[in-house]
Structure formats: structure tokens, C-alpha cells
Design a protein around this ligand. Sequence first.
Ligand code: NAP
Length: 279
Amino acid sequence: MKIGILGLGLIGGSLGFDLRSLGHYILGVSRSELTCQQAIDIGSVDQASVDLQLLAASEVVFICTPIRFIVPQVEQLISHLPATTIITDVGSVKAPIVEAISPLWENFIGGHPMAGNTDVGIGAAQRNLFVNRPYVLTPVATTPSRAIAIVEEIVRSLGSIIYHCEPEQHDRAVSWISHLPVIVSASLIAACLSETTPEIAQLAQNFASSGFRDTSRVGGGNPELGVMMARYNRQALLNSLHQYRHSLDEFIHLIEQEKWEILEDKLKLNQQSRPNFVE
Ligand code: NAP
């Protein structure tokens, strides 16, 4: 199958690697000439260009640009495509994207691979990024079943675990497990930076080890991605943050009141519940 990828970065470049090794012919379009050449050189795409026209021959196009460019790029792209071409995107937020694109292009299905890391650009692309990772698809009532079936087949061939839900359900769920952790982790780093005694601040930096590495990873990543999550999933993220502030206040209260047994009970419940999310 001829598959187009628009936006050759971490996600687009990684998709290219895997889809190519599955035997598909990959047409890549990106903003920079250098990125296009690099994508060809590393074997992520068969052909690449900065011109959207290259994607005209694609049967399916994956939109892998940063969130804010997804809708404007689709608006430009569709004049180059026959109506049978299926478009899907990989944006980390779904409701505003699906709402904007569905009326423009019937053969559109929103998607979100729950895979990635904090690096960006074509140099960060890696093979097998999507294996055993959830891949959420958010078809709506008007999405043609053929488009759903074809995108599902491609996603399944990447080794991903497919989930379907409504775009709004996706956004509320990811606000808990993806967007809230980014802001919480960012607040953690900001709090550490507020230490005013230089000697203590230096010692903290010297002592930081695996616990700090784990808890600060997502808050110390790509600022653009963090802003996009907050901007495009604002309401769900605010709801999660308000609930998080409530939880934090409860913990502060228990510690101030020295209610160690209740604190231990809460921590035990957390210890029991964590595997429901990460195992
Ligand atoms: P990325 O590494 O920055 O890649 C995006 C690429 O898009 C850039 O390398 C850039 O390539 C290209 N680009 C930017 N603006 C463009 C435009 N106007 N037209 C064409 N190409 C353009 O970002 P990413 O992490 O792959 O994220 C891409 C999408 O995947 C986002 O929508 C994000 O929400 C989603 N996502 C990310 C993750 C994650 O963990 N990172 C996980 C799941 C989904 P040039 O070098 O050509 O400028």
C-alpha cells in the first residue's frame, strides 16, 4: 500500500520505519528539506518532499505534525487528494481535531498512539516504537467503516493494542494519565528550583538519582508538546489539576495532623492500585 506521512519527526519517522519494513511504500512530507533528506537517508521513507502534492498518490495519510498544525495542514492537503484517500492523525488531543476535520473530509478517523518519548525530530525516530502500546482510534458516527477497517489493519500490523472510544472520552482519560503528569512533574521541577540556599540547591542536584529521574522525566520534556496539551485539552486538564490539588491538600493535612495510620492506608491503596495503570 502507498502510505503518506505528513510531519517527519519522532512519531512520523518511527511510523515510516515500521510501515516500510512491513512492505508499504512510504511517501513523506515535512517542513524542512533537510528533514526530508534525512528521512530518506535513514530509511524511514521511500520518497520525501516539502510539497504536499507528493501525498496525492497515498491511499492513507498519517498526519504527524505538532497539534497546532494538524487542522491547517489537513485544510491544505485535501485539495491534493482524491476523495477515497483515508486521513488519520496521531495528535495527543482528539476532540478539537476530530470536530474540525470530520466536516472537511469524510474518510477521516482520529488516532493517538500511546507511545513516544521526550525527544523530538527525525533524529529521534525509532523502530518498533508502537509494539505492545495502546493505539486509540476515535471514529464518529459518520466515519465510513472501510476507513476504520483499513486504519485498524495498519495499526494492528504495527503490533499496537487497539482501543476505540469517543474523542471526548479519550481527552478526559489522557488528561489523567498523560497531561496531568506533565504538569505535576513540571511543578515538581519548578518547586525544586525555588530552593533559595545555593548550597542546598547544589547538593539537591548532586544527590538526585533514579527517583527524581522518574518523577521529573515528563515535566522536563518538550515544552511545545506540554503547551499544546494544555491549550487543546484545557478543560479536561483543569478538571484533573483541581482534583490533584485536592489530593495534595489531603496529603498535606494528614502530615500536618500526624495522622500516620490514615496516611499509610492511603499509600497502601495507591500501591495496590498502581498496577491497574501500568501493568
Ligand atoms: P516532532 O518530533 O517535533 O515531529 C513533528 C515534525 O513535524 C517535526 O519534526 C517537523 O519537521 C514537522 N513539522 C512541523 N510543522 C510542520 C508543518 N507545518 N508541515 C509539515 N511538517 C511539519 O513531534 P512528535 O513528538 O513526533 O509529535 C508529532 C505529533 O504526534 C503531535 O501531534 C503529538 O501530539 C503526537 N504524539 C506525540 C507523542 C510523543 O510522545 N512525542 C506521542 C503520541 C502522539 P521539520 O523538521 O520538517 O520541521
